[in-house]
Design a binder for this molecule. Structure first.
Ligand code: PEP
Ligand code: MG
Length: 584
């Protein structure tokens, strides 16, 4: 039995037979054509582009049905690329000037773009390599008349592939695949977003997987931990069957929780909210028992389109959220672009250190026009139901004041335009850099609420890039320094009687959540999928126990020690959440 390790991007545990796709390269051999055939070849390319445009429109329709409007925008983005002169004109030029076949020109020109994107140091640019390859595949297979990629009945099978484009991920889901493992890819790629939206257990970035696994091999995909077990022995198989069984029973019992309150055994109400990237995810939040949206990451509307979304487009998304939430609270975070969430090709000058660069609220100040457009859309939507505005990456009080002043300017503009905002929304901030946490007392006098973003707070406190797998072991949410900062923020909020929540990934981890409750946190916002397990933990514990957990954790002096302690406690409080997995 061999164990391969990758990055889990969509959770689940599956045992199945492997089917290996795409072990080879897609490069086409160079075929020279006579001069008299150049026009014909250009026509072939034109026809293939038209067919690809049609099939992309269909893919977009199918994806909308399966994943909702917003996630399906990936395909609109592909359509835009195919109509982009910068990408397509060099293909025509190559056919004409070098007298080569259309498929060769496509594979060369798109291949160059793919390599350029893949070698970028910016992870958001890197993910575009998948999109370019997806388009090249589509064009080349149309030109050579071959089926592209993942087809047929894949019921219960584990798709193993060098890489998977977003449309192939949709195809795999449609064909009934039980899980996907790819050699390439990162956690922020479009493929990862699609896999999550489809609830398809997926591991990416698993080196050599297409060589080490053959079609027909039995594999266990543990997309909770990122492990792929090849040809497992009897004991491992039966252990995993048991894990799957327990997981199913546990999930069934979780389903029953959706309509119950998130209330501790001593009667304290906890608000469990969802983090969303697309309005359609609100259906998941509600189905899974969440009572609002604590973080709407609005940047995804930008990342899935080529041009900046208009005020109307943004308003439509925000208004839809308010409508879907039907009176439940919504916190809209203004644009958090930059660093790991970058729009391709929009940046004039790449930054040397984008995580410390012109990202987030700084970028909004840099592009006041766009910022005001977004605020207009948010403020207009605030007339339809409860909504709060939250600024990301605030590092100083002047920054917060400046951002709030701009909101007030926009409220005045709207009044001048005959669209008064009678009840202005609450205005709060993310606490996700140490300076904000350290000055939380000062901030708490002026802001309406705090939301702690542990994803960035951990990276900035510990100087660990959250996207760099080489330092992933140093990325420790249970580091004592991080816990001290969180405690400080909660205390400042309590002193000034303002709401505080946590919306980083750690809030979705029941072990960490118990600690947060013990520190006084009463609102957690996490990915919709993690809400049921959080609710189970909340309902299984009383606040006094959580306080004891927090007190003890804060006396321990290392991150691993605290992590082990929290796991131990959680295992006692919600043993069924541990799937029968043995303690480490
Ligand atoms: C965070 O930093 O914890 C957070 C919730 O924001 P994001 O993950 O979008 O940076
Ligand atoms: Mg953040």
């Amino acid at each position: 039995m061999a164990t391969l390790q990758g990055i889990a991007v969509s959770k689940g545990v599956v045992i199945g037979r492997a089917i290996v796709f795409d072990a080879g390269s897609r490069r086409m051999p160079r075929r020279t054509i006579p001069e008299s055939q150049i026009d014909e070849e250009l026509d072939r390319f034109e026809a293939a582009s038209k067919t690809a445009i049609e099939s992309l429109k269909q893919a977009h329709e199918r994806a909308r049905e399966d994943m909702g409007d917003e996630a399906a925008r990936v395909f609109l983005f592909h359509l835009g690329m195919l109509q982009d002169k910068e990408l397509v004109a060099p293909v025509r030029a190559m056919i004409r000037d070098e007298r080569v076949s259309a498929e060769y020109a496509v594979s060369e020109v798109f291949g160059q773009w793919e390599r350029r994107f893949a070698s970028s140091s910016d992870s958001m640019f890197q993910t575009k390599a998948d999109d370019v390859r997806d388009l090249a595949d589509r064009l080349v297979s149309t030109l050579v008349g071959a089926e592209s990629g993942i087809t047929g009945d894949l019921s219960g099978m584990v798709v193993i592939s060098r890489d998977l484009t977003p449309s192939q991920a949709v195809d795999a889901g449609r064909a009934g695949a039980a899980a996907v493992v790819t050699a390439l890819g990162g956690p922020t790629s479009h493929t990862a977003i699609v896999a999550k939206a489809l609830h398809l257990p997926t591991i990416v970035g698993c080196p050599g997987v297409t060589r080490k696994i053959q079609s027909g091999d039995r594999v266990i995909v543990d997309a909770d931990t990122g492990n792929v077990l090849v040809a497992p022995d009897k004991k491992t198989l039966s252990d995993y069957r048991r894990i799957i069984e327990l997981r199913e029973t546990y999930h069934l019992t979780l389903d029953e929780l959706a309509d119950l309150d998130a209330e501790t055994s001593c009667g304290v109400r906890i608000a469990l909210h969802g983090n969303i990237e697309f309005p359609d995810e609100i259906a998941d939040v509600t189905r899974l028992g969440g009572s609002g949206v604590g973080l709407y990451r609005t940047e995804f509307l930008y990342l899935t389109s080529r041009t900046e979304p208009t005020e109307e487009e943004q308003y439509t998304s925000y208004a839809r959220c308010v409508e879907l939430l039907d009176g439940a609270p919504l916190t809209i975070r203004t644009l958090d672009l930059g660093a790991d969430k970058h729009t391709q090709s929009r940046e004039e000058i790449p930054e040397r250190n984008p995580f410390l660069g012109c990202r987030s609220i700084r970028l909004s100040f840099h592009r006041i026009g766009s910022f005001k457009t977004q605020l207009r859309a948010i403020l207009r939507a605030s007339r339809l139901g409860p909504l709060r505005i939250m600024f990301p990456l605030i590092t100083s009080i002047e920054e917060f004041r400046r951002a709030r002043l701009i909101v007030h300017d926009v409220i005045e503009d709207l009044a001048d335009d005959g669209e008064p905002i009678d009840k202005p929304p609450l205005i709060g901030m993310m606490v996700e850099v140490p300076s904000a946490a350290l000055l939380s007392e000062q901030f708490a006098r002026e802001v309406d609420f705090f939301s702690i973003g542990t994803n960035d707070l951990v990276q900035y406190t510990l100087a660990v890039d959250r996207t760099n797998e080489r330092v992933a072991h140093l990325y420790q949410p249970t580091h004592p320094a991080v816990l001290q900062l969180i405690r400080q923020v909660i205390q400042a909020a309590q002193n000034h009687d303002i709401p505080v929540s946590c919306c980083g990934e750690s809030a979705g981890d029941p072990e960490f959540a118990l600690l947060l409750l013990g520190l006084g946190m009463r609102t957690l916002s996490a990915t919709p999928d993690s809400i049921p397990a959080l609710k189970r933990a909340v309902r299984s514990v009383d606040i006094r126990t959580c306080e004891r957990i927090a007190d003890k954790a804060l006396t321990l002096d290392s991150a691993p020690e605290i992590a082990t302690f929290l796991r131990d406690r959680a295992r006692k409080i919600v043993p069924e959440a541990f799937d029968g997995r043995s303690a480490e």
